[in-house]
Design a protein around this ligand. Sequence first.
Ligand SMILES: [Zn+2]
Length: 817
Amino acid sequence: MSDPADSGEPASLTEQEARERAALLEVERYDVRVDLRDLLEGERWQASSTITFTCRTPGASSFVDVVGEVTAARLNDVELDLSTHGRGRLPLPDLAADNVLVVDSVQADTGSGNAILRSVDPQDGLVYVWSSFEPDGARRAWACFDQPDLKAVHGFQVSAPSAWTVLSNTSPDVVLDREDGGRLWNFEDTPRLSTYVVVVNAGPFHEQREEHGDHDLGLYCRQSLRTYLERDAEEIFRITAQGLAFFGEQFARPFPQRRYDHVFVPDFGGAMENWGCVTCSDSELYRSPPTYAERAWRALLILHEMAHQWFGDLVTMRWWDDVWLNEAFASFASAWASVGATEFTDAWAAFLAQEELPAYQLDAGPATHPIRGQVSDESHAFASFDAITYYKGQAVLRQLMALVGEETFVEALRHYFADHAWANATLDDLMGAVGAASGRDLTGWTTAWLDQAGTDTLSLIGGTLLASSPDGGEPRPHALRIGSYERTDDGLRQVALTDVETSGTTTRLDLPVADLHLVNDGDLTFASVRTDERSLEVLLSTAASLPDPVDRALAVCTAWDLLYRGELSTGDFLDCVLAVLATEPSPGVVQPFFELALDAAEQWSPAVLVPRRLARLADVAAARAQEPDHRTAALQTLAAAASSAEHFELLDAAAADDHDLAWRVQVRRASLGRYDAAAVADLLERDPDPDAQVRAWGVEAARPTEEAKAEAWERVWRERAVPAGLPQIGFARAFWRPAQHELLLPWAHRYLDELTDLSGGLLSVLSQVRIMRPRTCDEEWLARAEELTRSEELTPVVRTSLVATVDTLTRVLGARS
Ligand SMILES: [Zn+2]
């Protein structure tokens, strides 16, 4: 037994240590036996990890990572001294050239979501277990060399209760009954994988499988969500098959394994690209028929995790300093595949409205950082895991494709995957491949785009395009288009599209006479766009009549950028976005625009104007609710903004057969002080969703009373009773009603207290901290929060998140006054 007194925080592997260990060791394979049988009733995850590895300097020493209780360890048949195990490391003295290490361990922390989560379905009491290891969670499950560049074959044998299905990266080749109870699942060997992309999920899952082309696709979820999976399975299979075909073709390398599964699990923030076995939050199995935007979002999620199978799993970053590239590439590739292979062809417009916009916001404030940075140890791997890494990174990769051309970009990717398959690579390897394929020297481009923080501004003044960088230095080179439009009776008509490559600050252009010159037409580059006053007036007033959804999104996002930077009033922004919303045909941008309009009306407006502005928004939503393509998004907005008896009448009628909408309406009523206990009880009775209780708590949390807020706080922070993902987002929205400003101020302060006292896994902590951030505050809160960001009390990722919250709320207070 290891010393139980050693409960010190596990040490975080530094880049230096990882380099030294990778230089010393090569791992041949992991044979991991996992015993989950205790988890049916108890909390112990037991494992025995056999690691076969070589050492380049016999006689040298190293260490293996293992967090939890170590019950036995033998290196080359010699017992190791377990008292040396501490802070998640077991020293390995006197290594031979060829080594076999066997470590038996127990992890009792299976309830916090830190790499492993055991959860009990509230509806039927069934138990499910998931694992998720990025960046260094595998060491919590079994002993391993937990760093991305020590890749190895993994062979899993898992013992589980008889009624459970066990899912891992590969197919189970044998499943046997065990004499001492339960079943033993033996999985085929994986290819050489990093420790963070292997997985073991288990439980009495509902299963659906289908053959598509060369692949055998599987979908899994809790029994209580079966009807929702059955409803959407055909679409999820279709998107999966379309994605596998698209990437296989583009990368000239089909996904090499027949089996490809998605496992939808409870209380999981986001999704994880485990090789061949992607884990997703089961809040993506929408409890009401999903809107277009929700379906499009889920398609992106599927494609994002799929892109990682090549970029991340097949070719893996050497160290976490390239994690931004891993994420940016997968996000870029998901939009690219969505447009190229699925029905969701307005993905780039939706990307701009939904993801690129938050990246612009973050980039405009003190939380900005260069896209790439140093990562000194694994605890910092995700310190800048934010909209800049994902979405600005994505925009910059799209800019790179615009610069060299799609064909050249694809050719470069093919070389990159071929050259580094089953190994590790760095940004330089990728840029080298793009440089070679395009015949361009991209050194300057790479530094300009990746090592400089902030957003350039592109201003069209007369016939000159001026580029400026936020720090007054040299602006980045931009490859973009300028669309020239003239007004006609049917709106704006494009008369010219001019390709421009800038270098330096001033680019002279030869543009035709037109009513509007749209800088960054098609959104190919990442920049704030400014025009002279007359063009701005045309842009804001005629945004709705631009012919392409990407350009309408560009107009609205430019207006938001102006509001965010204090250059436009909230009222002017609302005029622009509501005019677009009145007629916008593209469902991929209607929903995010409704959300922007709602934020502007209730969070960014002075208190006295909020009711009138919400009523205006509600009227637009009520009108759009008549159109089938936009009905759900419009009704959801109406439920958030309903202001008149007519609004509620329309909602009540629509909510009769729509539980999700019914919950939203109850939240709105409760927030206005009209909590209806009987209606909530009735809805709870009728709604088959296993998470319906969380919806009922959301209604209670919206009430404008001290007790309601206190009770809700307990549920989120103490009891951890609100599952991550969409349930938490809905709950937070209900809790933080900006109109309840005075009542909520003490809770904004409580939020700061919570930040210094967090526990749990990366995804659940990030999810809680970001989703539960206050939506209102006062000057005193800002001062206190700012002080906290300068203290040593916060972990890096929490600090970064708070800096961004402070910046946004400072701007909100400015816009309100
Ligand atoms: Zn990802």
